[in-house]
Design a protein around this ligand. Structure first.
Ligand code: NAG
Ligand code: NAG
Ligand code: NAG
Length: 802
């Protein structure tokens, strides 16, 4: 075994340790689907910031709010605009806004921020309106969208500043909103606009420079033996008051108010009597400052107790590029608010206030509780009846001592790379009768990550590029018709939740572990599970989500080799690309495993046979090895037969000799774990694993790879190739070879045309134009200009470029 291949095995041994971690290789999406032209896109020239959406399935519409425009789009194809209205700022408003020091073309415009359903044909819409928030009613009838022009004050319902975060929700006819109520953005409120309007106290213990993220209603009065009320939950981040920290420290919070709250009689008049908040915990395995909540989605269940909030978190400091998703059950949040201890402020050393656990007596009824049966038996029917003691307590202590911890004790997903921005979650009934929560997570650079957590195992089924240029995804919405809508500054895009047809083989379909898809044995296609009629439970469908078990897949036919003629002296490139980012490629020559050495160069896009000789004729098989739950699955991706060149008969006699081409066969374990990727001449693509130790290992691997590159370069320089120039160089210049350099193969390559391929390339699926793979060796090896490819078969013109 050459020192080079020994190194290859060595570095190969390290990788399974990364893969063996609890989060396994799940940090890498199994497939990367690059931008496709056939995605449905809506944008209008001159209009930007498509960031507000309302799905109206009853009207068959997606309502899309942008800067100074609202559109009614066909819910099935959002590139079809049914109607639209413009709501521009008046010149006067814009002038006032610029006088106050705001940017005319950016800030002093009308950004649509609120779009809610009021009734069958009416919506409520608010915009920032040049730092003068305004609301209006909007109707859709006879295919026409119309603003009522009955403009209302939007203060507290919609932010002044288009860059400020906000949230709102319509419950019945009441608008609940969380935003700033003044021009400076310094007075945050959680407001209910209704006949009995309520708001939060202007106290930093209630809201301390918050960033509001999300609001939703949980109908907790349903089927509730305690006679409890419905609640509106609010997610935000704010400056922490409970920690001693040298700097401002931001924490994530969940807060809630009761729907039936009417405020207090004397204390907390027209203020919430039920505003409680708690820290939201989403801790990563490694120590770090608390992560900050960016978006939330409520996955509703018929039993509200089983409803779950999914939340996206990103780091507090910009030094990290890790994002996480944590999930919180409604009942766990309820436990903290209903049974947990409170925090209370204590003054230490004259002026410094510390928040500590309150261990004194808690008044009855419990502060912050909704009016429930217990309160009613005490004769309190409304919050107005609550005693001052209870109200004073809650006015001064809205923060709970306990944090709310995620469902499984840790994040459902952790990923390094472009930060997460938004998420939605769909609940999918799979063939095994179980329901899976599939997360669709938008990123800063315009991708959607489709991910599942299978019993603790993080798994990203695929990542889909929605925008041609990197665009932060600002909004995500789901429709029950299986569509996902994304909004960015540039435009709105629609994509189906699943495209099972992307998986072409049974293996690929099952290993995708996509709850929406199964392999249909009768049609031989990967198809949507839901579309198969459930009356005849599809027994002829294969799906194995937790295990990725392919044993039921039909045996695939052995692949016919593609025949090529080998011209001695050439460098030959045989392409092969795995159809999964999680797969590793291995090459076999006449049944024996090949490793990168001075003869072979294996990279993610194929193999290079350097200075081919007659000894290298024979069969080359490219296999992809993909691990699911540490079980390797091997699949043949391509087979090539290199035939001897008939003009060079005398060389074919030396075929049985093998100067330096064959590597010793490896034990089975190593065959499986061998990872050619590690042999790329450049360090591997950005490390995706989140475990510090794993990153360390990858650095070791990268260093080993670099050493390897050095060795390859050295050996190329010393012995193998001394050709320093190319006759085929585009400049057409022919330099005189110096004494040191011999020009060997290039004459041959230019004299002999490569023969082949023989006309059947059928089985080769490597040219899938739609699906590209991250970490594709082409980027690292830079062969583009050096290797000319003749019908898939290539050779190097100028080795000095390697
Ligand atoms: C609106 O879009 C423009 C163009 O991309 C961008 O410069 C601006 O920051 C966006 N405004 C907001 C409030 O997002
Ligand atoms: C390749 O050549 C072999 C004989 O060496 C032949 O049996 C086979 O059919 C050829 N394959 C193709 C695809 O032409
Ligand atoms: C190419 O291989 C042939 C025979 O295998 C050998 O004689 C020749 O020196 C090699 N050329 C280079 C540049 O290594």
């Amino acid at each position: 075994m050459s020192p080079l291949s020994a190194l290859g095995v060595f570095s190969g041994l390290f990788l399974p340790m990364c893969l063996g971690e609890y989060n396994t290789h799940s940090c890498i999406p199994r497939k990367s689907v690059l931008y496709q032209d056939n995605l449905k896109l809506f944008r209008e020239e001159g209009i930007w910031n498509y960031s507000t959406m309302l799905v109206r399935e009853d009207l068959g519409l997606l309502l899309l709010g942008a800067r100074e425009a609202v559109y009614a789009l066909d819910i099935n194809d959002i590139s079809i605009k049914k109607s639209g209205v413009y709501w521009r700022v008046t010149e006067e408003k814009q002038r006032e806004c610029t006088y106050k020091g705001k940017h005319a073309e950016i800030e002093c415009r009308n950004y649509i921020r609120t779009l809610h359903k009021v009734d069958d044909s009416t919506m409520y819409v608010c915009g920032t309106n040049a730092f003068s928030p305004t609301c209006d009613y909007m109707t859709y009838s006879e295919g026409q969208l119309r603003l009522e022009e009955a403009q209302e004050e939007g203060k507290g319902k919609c932010p002044f500043d288009p860059f400020q975060k906000y949230s709102s929700i319509m419950v019945g006819n009441d608008l609940y909103s969380a935003t700033s109520i003044n021009f400076l953005g310094s007075e945050p409120v959680v407001l209910r606009s209704s006949s009995s309007a309520l708001r939060t106290e202007f106290k930093s213990s209630w809201l301390n420079e918050p960033n509001f993220v999300y609001m939703d209603l949980v109908p907790e009065s349903n089927n509730n033996p305690e006679g409890d009320d419905d609640k509106v939950y609010l997610f935000f981040s704010e400056n922490a008051m409970e920690y001693d920290f040298y700097n401002k420290l931001t924490v994530s919070r969940v807060a809630r108010v009761c729907k039936g709250d009417m405020g207090g009689q004397r204390t907390l008049q027209r203020k919430w009597t039920s505003f409680l908040k708690a820290r939201l915990d989403c801790s990563l395995p490694e120590p770090s400052l608390p992560y900050i909540v960016q978006d939330v989605f409520l996955l509703k269940n018929d039993d509200w107790r089983k409803s779950v909030f999914y939340a996206v978190f990103t780091p507090q400091s910009s030094s990290s590029d890790m994002s996480a998703v944590c999930a919180y059950s409604v009942s766990a949040i309820g436990d903290v608010f209903d049974k947990g201890k409170f925090k209370t402020p204590v003054t230490v050393e004259t002026s410094h206030v510390k928040w500590v656990m309150y261990s004194g007596e808690v008044p009855t009824p419990r502060p912050g509780a909704c009016i429930n049966n217990a309160a009613r038996t005490l004769g309190m029917e409304r919050s107005l009846d609550l005693p001052d003691k209870t109200l004073q307590f809650i006015r001064d202590r809205p923060l709970m001592d306990d944090a709310v911890h995620p469902l499984t004790g840790r994040p459902l997903l952790v990923k390094r790379g472009d930060l997460f921005t938004r998420l939605v979650v769909d609940s999918v009934l799979a063939l095994d009768g179980e329901t899976y929560a599939v997360m669709f997570i938008g990123t800063e650079n315009g991708y959607v990550q489709k991910a599942v957590n299978y019993a603790g195992e993080m798994f990203i089924i695929e990542e889909i590029q929605l925008y041609q240029t990197p665009e932060a995804i600002r909004t995500l919405r789901l429709s029950s018709t299986g569509q996902l809508y994304a909004g960015s500054e540039y435009g709105a895009v629609q994509m189906p939740l699943s495209e099972c047809g992307r998986y072409e083989s049974c293996l690929d379909c099952v290993l995708a572990r996509d709850p929406y898809c199964g392999w249909d044995l009768s049609t031989g296609l990967c198809s949507a599970v839901a579309s198969s009629p459930f009356a005849s439970v599809p027994t002829n469908m294969i799906q194995s989500l937790k295990d990725g078990d392919i044993s039921q897949c039909p045996k695939s036919e052995t692949m016919k080799p593609e025949n090529y003629t080998l011209v001695p002296g050439n460098n030959i490139k045989l392409p092969c690309q795995p159809d999964s980012n999680l797969a590793q490629v291995q090459w076999l020559f006449s049944g024996q495993l090949l490793l990168s050495d001075t003869k072979y160069y294996i990279y993610n896009g194929g193999i290079l046979i350097l200075n081919a000789s007659a000894a290298n004729t024979g069969q080359y098989t490219c296999e992809s090895v993909e691990q699911v739950n540490s079980r390797p699955y091997t699949r043949t991706m391509a087979v090539y037969q290199l035939l001897p060149h008939t003009n060079l008969d005398e060389e074919s006699e030396t075929m049985t000799e093998s100067p330096h081409s064959h590597s010793t066969p490896l034990p089975d374990l190593l065959k499986v774990t061998e990872k050619p990727k590690a042999l790329d001449p450049l360090p591997p693509p950005e490390s995706q694993c989140e475990d510090g130790r794993v990153v360390g290992l990858q650095v070791v691997v990268a260093l080993l790879s670099l050493m390897l590159v050095g060795l390859v370069a050295w050996s190329l320089y010393k012995g193998c190739f001394r050709s320093r120039f190319s006759e085929n160089s585009s400049a057409g210049q022919v330099k005189r070879p110096s004494d040191d350099y011999m020009q060997i193969q290039n004459n041959i390559t230019s004299e002999f045309k490569l023969l082949g391929p023989t006309p059947s390339l059928s089985a080769n699926k490597n040219q899938n134009a739609i699906i590209a793979f991250k970490g594709n060796g082409e980027h690292h090896f830079s062969p583009g200009s050096n290797i000319s490819t003749v019908d898939g078969l290539g050779y190097i013109d100028d080795e000095s470029e390697i």
